[in-house]
Design a protein around this ligand. Structure first.
Ligand code: ATP
Ligand code: MG
Length: 342
């Protein structure tokens, strides 16, 4: 039995504490070798005067453990508050956003029964560098930054991900018919890196028709890699049409640190009622377990989670007239099925 891995955990706002407690209970019962350190982030921290929603002690924990399991937070209304996600991403150098989008047609209604794709979005460059100018009263300008090292890093990440996860194809999205220099560089680096992975099929789509293709025939795709802004848009389209926004997790990966979370927000409308679906955060936690070298625990939980859905046990958000349980009961159902297969 290896030593427990220290991880940093934030319970967040809204439904955050409810889904985090459920997730941690499942991890514990499945035998995950983790030692959580809890930090406060989010609404209360913003209101105490930290404009980024995070304290110095929290940074200290993150820098030490380098692994962050994060529940959703609420950014208070009104100006002056910086997005905590952007701050964490840039401070910890989390250059890759990895988002699997799977439709669970056996359990959840979807127009796309065979969807199983992963979007790998560059997370540091492109139009997100925040370099904007007001040239005159009537003219504004924003700088799109695409670098060779940045592109190479994310594209290599996509191919390595494909290899590790037994995926067959990597697709590149860009708009290099218009942005010949910036997107042209991204596409060129893609073609270069692709040559090092002859075992993996590759293709390139122009972003607009590529996203249309996702919306229409998502089963065409496997792993898709793209610059920051396109990734933002494509991942929301993909998660929406999979029919399971409450079921998806995401990973933000850097050279040193990594952050794992659900893709949904803090859902203040249902907070405190104990009815939220913990599945998105569970998916994030499974990606974390693989990242820290405990894939066998991840697989055990994943099987139990699938078996739970197969047995018709859903939270209210996905139940289509079937049996509906609350957050706690859902977690217990998963725990009861640990060791079973779907
Ligand atoms: P944010 O601005 O924080 O991203 P949002 O406006 O995108 O938030 P969410 O918080 O993601 O919205 O919620 C959108 C809707 O989905 C709400 O009605 C919410 O109740 C529901 N929802 C989100 N997550 C869950 C969940 N885990 N279980 C059940 N319902 C959820
Ligand atoms: Mg949102």
């Amino acid at each position: 039995m290896t030593k427990k891995r220290a991880i940093t955990v934030a319970k967040g706002d809204g439904i955050g504490p409810e889904i985090m407690d459920a997730t941690l209970k499942i991890l514990d019962q499945a035998g995950a070798r983790i030692d959580p350190e809890f930090i406060d982030i989010g609404e209360q921290v913003y209101l105490q005067g930290y404009t980024s929603g995070i304290t110095d002690e929290a940074w200290e924990s993150l820098r030490r453990t380098k692994v962050f399991l994060k529940a959703p937070i609420t950014t208070p209304q009104g100006g002056g508050f910086k997005s905590l996600n952007v701050t964490i991403r840039t401070t910890l150098g989390l250059y890759a956003n990895v988002r699997p989008n799977i439709s669970y047609e056996q359990f959840i209604q979807t127009k796309h029964p065979n969807m199983d794709l992963v979007i790998i979005r560059e997370n540091e460059e492109d139009l997100y560098t925040g370099i904007e100018h007001q040239q005159t009263n009537e003219v504004t300008q924003s700088l799109k930054l695409i670098t060779r090292p940045g592109s190479e890093k994310i594209i290599r990440h996509a191919f390595e991900y494909a290899r590790k996860n037994n995926r067959k194809k990597v697709t590149c999205f860009s708009k290099d018919n218009i942005m010949k220099i910036t997107d042209g560089l991204f596409h060129k680096v893609f073609d270069e890196v692709a040559e090092e992975y002859p075992d993996i099929e590759t293709e390139h789509w122009i972003i607009d028709i590529g996203i249309a293709k996702i919306a229409d025939t998502p089963e065409h795709f496997d792993v898709i890699v793209m610059p920051n802004l396109y990734g933002d848009i494509a991942s929301d389209v993909a998660s929406q049409i999979s029919g399971s926004v409450g079921m998806a997790g995401s990973a933000n990966i850097g050279d040193q640190c990594a952050m794992f979370e659900a893709i949904h927000g803090s859902a203040p409308d249902i907070a405190g009622q104990g009815i939220a679906n913990p599945s998105g955060l569970i998916q994030g936690a499974l990606m974390m377990l693989v990242h820290i070298g405990q894939p066998e625990v991840a697989e055990k939980i994943h099987n139990a989670w699938l078996k739970t859905l197969e047995d018709g046990i859903y939270t209210g958000d996905v139940a289509k007239g079937g049996a509906s349980v609350n957050t706690q009961e859902f977690a217990e159902a998963v725990i009861e099925r640990l060791g079973e297969k779907p």
